[in-house]
Design a protein around this ligand. Sequence first.
Ligand code: FDA
Length: 307
Amino acid sequence: MLGPVILAASRSDKMRRFISAAPGTKQVVDRFIAGETVDQVVPVIQDAAGKGLEVTLDVVGEDITTPEQAAAARDAYLELVGRLKELGLGTRAEMSVKLSMFGQALEGGHELALANVRPVVEAADAIGTTVTLDAEDHTTLDSMFAIHEELRKDFPQTGCVIQSYLFRTEADARRLAAAGSRVRLVKGAYKEPASVAYQNKPEIDKAYVRILRTLMQGEGYPMIGSHDPRLIAIGQELARQAGRKLDEYEFQMLYGIRSEEHVRLAAEGHRMRVYTAYGTDWYGYFMRRLAEKPANLLFFGRSVLTK
Ligand code: FDA
């Protein structure tokens, strides 16, 4: 019940101002956001590497309103690639990007987002790593998949995300389960209408299993993006049934969520990648994390009230 309300609030500027200014917010935000600057996130990457984990880095931000902001987003990622190169961390860290942050929703946004993301993908490739295109709300996906296809002509390892709550995703998965592709499967984090998406958890979970089976039986590289213990166990079983070795798929989870499970899976020999978000424009990302688990909202409310 609360999830859709929080997701609606995630699009409200008034709520953004209120929550950003509330005392106690920072303490809760810090659980999900690894820092504000590249320098603050470097020790987090090093710590993850020490535990046998890999990371995918997300510079938070979305819903930008000017081409200048889109260019600034590109530059923030280029700065990140530069730091990874200096530190020799290119092989442990890839990047996740939201095309909305690169200008996708602006006038001429499809071309603008492609023009802004391409240099980031190119720079990542030059230091031996890659980029995954996050999936945002369903209205953006045709453009995201077209940009993904275009980038893959020069950088075939560019990844993309698909969401099991959308009816379209089973067909997308069949198309994407081809040699060389890298696909992260998640349940989906946006508020979507019943005309395009399953609305209840059992249906979303069942679709997740069907889609994961398609990816595992295909020829690409599946990335299992979930904290759900049942789906993680099913993922392992589907990989086994498909005859995949441990380095032929990976698990991914979010920074700050079920951290002990990250380490457990890595210790079992799985490739485990932690989606690590950082930056100052954390509002949309933070609100989606609140919406996923109502208990987070209680914790947040308590933190604000006690400050
Ligand atoms: P589920 O929501 O059923 O949670 C299972 C368990 O995990 C919960 O019982 C709880 O213990 C824990 N948990 C989950 N979320 C939590 C939270 N916020 N706080 C505390 N505990 C929590 N979505 C999207 O639309 N586009 C995208 O590009 C991505 N990218 C992405 C990358 C990665 C690596 C992950 C793991 C997830 C995403 N997502 C995403 C988010 C995804 O769609 C989904 O909303 C969350 O992963 C929560 O779903 P679970 O599969 O974890 O299951």
